[in-house]
Design a protein around this ligand. Structure first.
Ligand SMILES: Cc1cc2nc3c(=O)[nH]c(=O)nc-3n(C[C@H](O)[C@H](O)[C@H](O)COP(=O)(O)O)c2cc1C
Length: 196
């Protein structure tokens, strides 16, 4: 898939098929994250790959899904992520703007996943203390963002918001399809005009 297509077609996925994710794919995605932009080239992030079924279940239990439609988009048994890449900050290393670095690494993973037919959901609403315990993270590693991965088993659709509309809450239709409102390009894009 072409890069622009991967960006435009990507939607957060919260229902997955139970297909295993090959190790080579996980390695390639982490490699993309590793090579992403990072403030002052400090590279303060680490990437913890979770794929063992017991561990998948433990990590899942710390996550909160799709707040606007909860609990309807909590992935049910049999449709849960088949892997996680947990983005960690190594606090022993210097950082410039770690949140930016995390976002860019997460973007690389999310857009890269499209190449392998995988879907992702970025999850910030996690019980970080429990996650630290479950994963036996040493003191210097702090979890910043969880990227859930798997073959998509839903097909969410981006909806153009009406002009001036303000309701950004995603919603489920009668067929259980998720609709994700997106603000209009003409309301977001400002073209600089010299002299105006
Ligand atoms: C920083 C960040 C944190 C997020 N945290 C969660 C989360 O905790 N749970 C969840 O279900 N989705 C989470 N999401 C996914 C957003 O809900 C989703 O990106 C948004 O609704 C737009 O939908 P789209 O990704 O399909 O375009 C997060 C996204 C970002 C960028």
């Amino acid at each position: 898939m072409d890069v622009m297509d991967a960006i435009i077609k990507r939607r957060s996925i919260r229902r997955f098929k139970p297909d295993p994710i090959p190790d080579e794919v996980l390695v390639e995605l982490v490699n993309g994250a590793r090579l992403s932009p990072t403030g002052a080239n400090f590279q303060p992030l680490k990437f913890l790959v979770v794929k063992h079924p017991d561990r998948l279940a433990e990590v899942f239990s710390t996550l909160r899904w799709a707040a606007y439609v909860t609990p309807k988009r909590n992935p049910p048994e049999g449709h849960r992520p088949m892997g996680y890449i947990i983005i960690l900050q190594d606090t022993r290393l210097k950082s410039y703007d770690v949140g930016m670095d995390v976002g860019l690494a997460a973007a690389a993973i999310s857009f890269g996943a499209g190449k392998f037919g995988l879907g992702t959901c970025l999850i910030a609403s996690a019980d970080r203390d429990r996650l630290k315990e479950i994963l036996h993270l040493p003191e210097h590693l702090t979890s910043k963002l969880v990227v859930a991965l798997g073959a998509p088993d839903e097909d969410p659709v981006a909806e153009e918001m009406a002009a001036g509309a303000e309701d950004v809450r995603y919603w489920l239709d009668d067929d259980d399809r998720l609709h994700v409102p997106k603000r209009r390009l003409d309301e977001l894009m400002i073209i600089d005009q010299p002299g105006v």
